[in-house]
Write a protein that binds this ligand. Structure first.
Ligand SMILES: [Zn+2]
Length: 493
């Protein structure tokens, strides 16, 4: 988007590395579990010892297939393995097993809400998604004033799916929206835990600018910002890199034709992108087909069976909640964006209470707020869906007012137990109609002005009596009190 303060358009393509949720590695039986002591989950295969032979983990292939189908990719009938050869201390084999010219997923797209106008959508096209093994991790100890570097090879051979987008994004906010929706989809499909702080989802961003000058469009050289593991980092790195490229262009005038792609890192503390090494061209990696692994042929039957068995996508869930429960698009969006666990909780409360709108509003306000305060997920939430459904059912039936229901909810959060137990413990008693009627009569007699106001059409005048009624008997239901007062005034009139 061109504007006065931003005289350029940002062009962004993302490469997202997703760790697939398998218990063992891509080509051996070593565990993929995070946080094990260094170099304990390793074997001759993932270390690349001479003579060790890789054996493909079919579960990883299945998870990649599910992801590709959910992203609308074409699944070619054959996919093969290639060695990407480079030297790095965390890669003892000297090559990474990846996929070069025949990836498991071809093309595809992801539709996101347009951050510039939430009522519109944007479709981001994908180039491909391919499987590859992860490398190890270097642990540098310079911070402690020591010169030694250590290598942990537990991550060697962990299955990754690299999802590569077209350069279709035009702002840092759009890149963030793409990543947020992709992460949500991956967790709905349960193909990855997407734990970014554990490195299960890492992002590289290819960024350059299009600058309009004297009727010409100039493109700046592409920079790849590597290995970001938070959406905040991605957003800020892109914003910073765009400004840096614009200033660089102002100073040097260099365009995409003058300079090959460079690799930068993101320095979070300094809040700037910093050059790393010059990017190797694909030819520098000397890709060659892996001689130890056969190509995989996926039958039409396998692909179709996988497609049929796919979990519901977030985009489908948003539509379904609106049509099945008659809640607003905004509310469906909030619930769906909380993950599949919250959708299931909402549906159970909506069905159990018979009041979907009340369920939606209680979950968005009381349940999500408490979850945030406690730092817990819905699976650990103290009030079960059945219990909340029962509580909201009583509100809908007029047996409890909202304020009293919140007291019960708070009690359930702290003490758990049933709705009946909480009502008993809080001393909430239902007040019979006769008792409310005499209370109404008493207050109406004492406040003739209110009676006159209501006769004159000012129904809200009753409101001033509700506070007094609650003082005399905290168990009085305001709705019931109001109705009985109105009846009394009418019958007296
Ligand atoms: Zn191994």
């Amino acid at each position: 988007m061109l504007s006065v303060d931003q005289p350029y358009e940002i062009v962004i393509g993302l490469e997202v590395h997703v760790q697939l949720r398998t218990t063992t590695k891509l080509f051996c039986r070593c565990a993929t579990q995070f946080g094990a002591p260094p170099n304990t989950n390793v074997c001759p295969v993932c270390l690349g010892m001479p003579g060790a032979l890789p054996v493909i983990n079919e579960h990883a292939v299945q998870l990649a297939l599910q992801t590709g189908l959910a992203l609308g990719s074409t699944i070619p009938p054959m996919t093969k393995w290639d060695r990407k050869q480079y030297f790095y201390p965390d890669l003892p084999k000297g090559y990474q097993i990846s996929q070069f010219d025949l990836p498991i997923c071809d093309g595809g797209h992801l539709t996101i809400a347009d951050p510039a106008d939430e009522s519109q959508t944007r479709t981001i096209r994908l180039i491909r998604a391919h499987l590859e093994e992860d490398a190890g991790k270097s642990m540098h100890d310079e911070a402690n004033g020591r010169a030694d570097s250590r290598i942990d090879l537990n991550r060697c051979g962990t299955p990754l799916l690299e999802i590569v987008s077209q350069p279709d994004m035009r702002s840092a906010a759009e890149a963030k929206a793409f990543l947020t929706e992709l992460k949500l989809l991956l967790t709905y499909l349960d193909v990855s835990d997407c734990e970014m702080q554990e490195g299960s989802l890492r992002v590289d961003a290819n960024v350059n600018l299009k600058i309009e000058k004297a009727g010409d469009t100039i493109a700046t050289p592409i920079v790849e910002i590597k290995n970001m593991n938070s959406f905040r980092a991605v957003e800020r790195a892109i914003a910073h890199e765009a400004q840096r490229q614009y200033h660089e262009w102002e100073e040097t005038g260099l365009t995409i034709k003058d300079r090959t792609k460079r690799t930068f890192g993101w320095d979070d503390a300094a809040e700037r992108t910093v050059p790393q090494r010059e990017k190797e061209e694909a030819a520098d990696y000397r890709y060659l087909p892996d001689p130890d692994l056969l190509p995989i042929c996926l039958s039409v039957e396998t692909v179709e069976a996988t497609r049929v068995a796919l979990a519901e996508f977030p985009a489908v869930a948003r539509q379904r909640l609106q049509s099945d429960y008659e809640i607003k698009a905004y509310d469906a969006d909030v619930i769906v964006n909380q993950g599949r666990g919250v959708v299931e909780y909402f549906e159970a409360v909506a069905k159990g209470s018979g009041d979907a709108r009340r369920a939606s509003s209680w979950i968005q306000q009381d349940v999500l707020r408490t979850m945030k305060e406690q730092g817990k997920g819905i699976a650990d939430f103290a009030v079960s869906a059945d219990t909340l459904a029962e509580l909201l059912g009583q509100v809908s039936a007029g047996k409890l007012d909202n304020a009293r229901a919140r007291d019960v909810f708070q009690h359930l959060l702290e003490k758990r137990g049933s709705v009946a137990e909480a009502i008993k413990a809080l001393g909430i008693e239902s007040v019979d109609a006769g008792e409310i009627e005499s209370l109404c009569q008493e207050l109406l007699d004492a406040n003739p002005q209110v009676v006159e106001d209501v006769r004159g059409g000012k129904m809200q005048a009753i409101g001033s009596l509700i506070g007094q009624a609650k003082k005399k008997n905290p168990n009085v239901n305001p709705k019931q009190f109001r109705e009985i007062c109105l009846q009394l005034i009418q019958s007296a009139g």
